[in-house]
Design a protein around this ligand. Structure first.
Ligand code: FAD
Ligand code: NAD
Length: 152
């Protein structure tokens, strides 16, 4: 099976879009991710999957903490910035929540401690324990067949 066929198949699974953010020595780093899921209620655990070659991988390992920001339908530009789909450098103002960087106006921001790390093929699975969260009303940004979609 080739990579394209696998990605085409996985792209049939419609997801939301998140920006993962973390900070080391005052430098904030963000990365767009749709490999995100809820794992456990007791304790409250979530999971993200980060490419072994992504800068974010080392940033989270060093920081031991990260946030997951679930994007709203009007935050497609944020997703494009943190996926490297907009080439020119953009200044993004992060807010601080539980001492961690979060994206303003996200639908949800989760502040997490790294709970468990598991290498899986060419990715690393980070299980995060949710320390606190913020929820806002609104429609999510969606990703389906490799394209951004609006829910309404
Ligand atoms: P870089 O490529 O260096 O950074 C990403 C981009 O964010 C760069 O353009 C950088 O300039 C910008 N940036 C970072 N920090 C800041 C800041 N403080 N201020 C302003 N700009 C900043 N990859 C995965 O591993 N797992 C996934 O689940 C995943 N899901 C994805 C879902 C979608 C919808 C898309 C489009 C991509 C997804 N990717 C995923 C791919 C991933 O987003 C890109 O490969 C990304 O470029 C990897 O980031 P990096 O940590 O290597 O850092
Ligand atoms: P695409 O067709 O590459 O993505 C469709 C689906 O394939 C994604 O939703 C994801 O489930 C899966 N996928 C894609 N790349 C993967 C990877 N390297 N590892 C594991 N699963 C992967 O969509 P696109 O618009 O071409 O994506 C833009 C860029 O973002 C590509 O470079 C893609 O590789 C990357 N991306 C990576 C992941 C990931 O690492 N989990 C997820 C989505 C997109």
């Amino acid at each position: 099976m080739d990579d394209r066929m696998f990605r085409t198949a996985m792209g049939k699974f419609a997801t939301g879009v998140t920006v993962i953010a973390s900070e080391v020595n005052g430098d904030v780093h963000g990365m767009t991710a749709n490999a995100f899921m809820s794992v456990s209620l007791d304790p409250k655990l979530i999971l993200i999957s980060v490419d072994g070659k992504a800068r974010m991988n080392e940033v989270i390992k060093q920081s031991g903490k990260f946030t997951v920001n679930i994007l709203s339908g009007d935050q497609k530009e944020m997703s494009m910035i943190f996926a490297g789909q907009i080439k020119e450098d953009k200044d993004v103002e992060f807010e601080t929540f539980e001492g961690l960087p979060v994206i303003e106006n996200s639908l949800v921001s989760l502040a997490c401690d790294v709970y468990q790390v598991q290498d899986a093929g060419d990715h690393t699975l980070f299980i995060g324990e949710v320390l606190n969260l913020n929820v806002k009303d609104g429609e999510p940004l969606a990703f389906y067949e490799g394209k951004y979609k609006q829910m309404t």
